[in-house]
Design a protein around this ligand. Structure first.
Ligand code: NAG
Ligand code: NAG
Ligand code: NAG
Length: 352
């Protein structure tokens, strides 16, 4: 495998956009002297409540089997890496101001999510329950939620209506679960009117998921069994910019000719599939991953989104934007065809 570095480091747009989502939501809130004292006195003995950051309660990595009683002025609650089985409404009853709840790496089952435990937190913005034993998306979720992270549970069910009125949810992470085609439908996702990122990687999908909201920008479907994309699939998704379908079963026969020729797309990842030809790409695409497929040869003028005659006219503004291209793990031999370089003048790295 050879890496041809053609310029400076490339930016990882995805990392940047995720960082932007996080920025601005973490701000400590002023607390009166009285509240501060009450908060520190009520600190559960198993936990740590730093006087310099009294709105945070740290109970992570303590081998806890249950959630201690959480004091009322808590905004950030860290309970990850314990042995908690029950999301207890009682323990959280007074923690109505919570914004951030981290329950990653525990043993919470869907039966263990007590009714109203979550709903009683009307300010909750981030809920992390990765690496637990959930079999279903928990309900009832607070309507304030912006990020819901449920990776690596055993979820095989999205209860109907669980997302109704979830107008603020922008990120839904369900990777590493057991969802099948019939579980992800327009009805099950109804209500996610501002969703930006959905992660359904490493589930049991054989088809592209249905019913994604039209606001969706980042669609992650790596590690499923998807072999085709319906011709009209992206019609209702005018903002899709990041599409990851690595480690699926895509073949060229399952891809309608112009399926990825989308004006919004910036980053397309199709590594580890069974493609024999480079699909048609739009001029605006910046990153393309096609490594580990069965592509035998490369024809620069076929791949170029614009005809050769047009390239000079469009060089700056509307010329092809591709900056990073991976083609290693195919059956293509270097050298890189000259017409590829003529077409993609912004290319900074190519791996063959
Ligand atoms: C919740 O707050 C009320 C009023 O401050 C207090 O009486 C009660 O003991 C608290 N409950 C728990 C579970 O901490
Ligand atoms: C891709 O889409 C653009 C804009 O809709 C269009 O002009 C172009 O001809 C399409 N490319 C191919 C190869 O059909
Ligand atoms: C690449 O494709 C174009 C148009 O399909 C063709 O005219 C040209 O001969 C091909 N080049 C190579 C090196 O096969």
């Amino acid at each position: 495998m050879s890496l041809y570095r053609l310029g400076l480091n490339m930016e990882f747009l995805l990392a940047v956009s995720t960082a932007l989502l996080l920025a601005g939501s973490v701000s400590s809130q002023d607390m009166s002297h009285e509240d501060l004292l009450a908060q520190l006195q009520a600190c559960p003995k198993e936990c740590r409540c730093p006087p310099s950051f009294p709105s945070a309660v740290y109970c992570d990595n303590k081998g806890l089997k249950r959630i201690p009683v959480i004091p009322p002025n808590t905004l950030y609650l860290y309970l990850q890496n314990n042995l908690i089985e029950v999301l207890s409404a009682d323990a959280l009853r007074n923690a109505t101001q919570l914004k951030w709840l981290n329950l990653n790496h525990n043993k919470i089952t869907s039966e263990g999510v007590e009714e109203d435990a979550l709903k009683a937190m009307p300010n909750l913005v981030y809920l992390y329950m990765e690496d637990n034993l959930l079999t279903s998306v928990p309900s009832a979720l607070p309507q304030s939620l912006e990020q819901l992270r449920l990776s690596r549970n055993k979820i095989s069910k999205i209860p109907l209506g669980v997302f109704s009125n979830m107008e603020h949810l922008t990120l839904l992470d369900l990777q590493g679960n057991k969802l099948q085609d019939e579980d992800v439908t327009e009805a099950s996702l109804k209500g996610l009117n501002n969703l930006v990122q959905i992660n359904l990687a490493k589930n049991q999908l054989s088809n592209m998921p249905l019913g994604l909201p039209s606001t969706t920008t980042q669609i992650f479907l790596d590690g499923n069994n998807i072999d085709k994309i319906p011709a009209s699939y992206f019609k209702g998704l005018p903002k899709v910019a990041f599409l990851r379908l690595n480690h699926n079963k895509l073949v060229n026969g399952g891809l309608p000719k112009n399926i990825f020729n989308l004006s919004s797309i910036l980053d397309l990842q199709l590594s580890h599939n069974m493609l024999t030809e480079v699909p048609t790409i739009p001029a605006g695409l910046e990153h393309l991953h096609l490594d580990h497929n069965q592509i035998k040869y490369l024809n620069g003028s076929d791949i170029c989104p614009l005809p050769a005659e047009a390239l000079d006219d469009y060089f700056d503004e509307k010329g092809p934007r591709l900056r990073y291209l991976r083609l290693d793990g195919n059956e293509i031999k270097p050298p890189i065809p000259r017409d590829l370089m003529v077409c993609f003048r912004l290319l900074r790295a190519i791996v063959i």
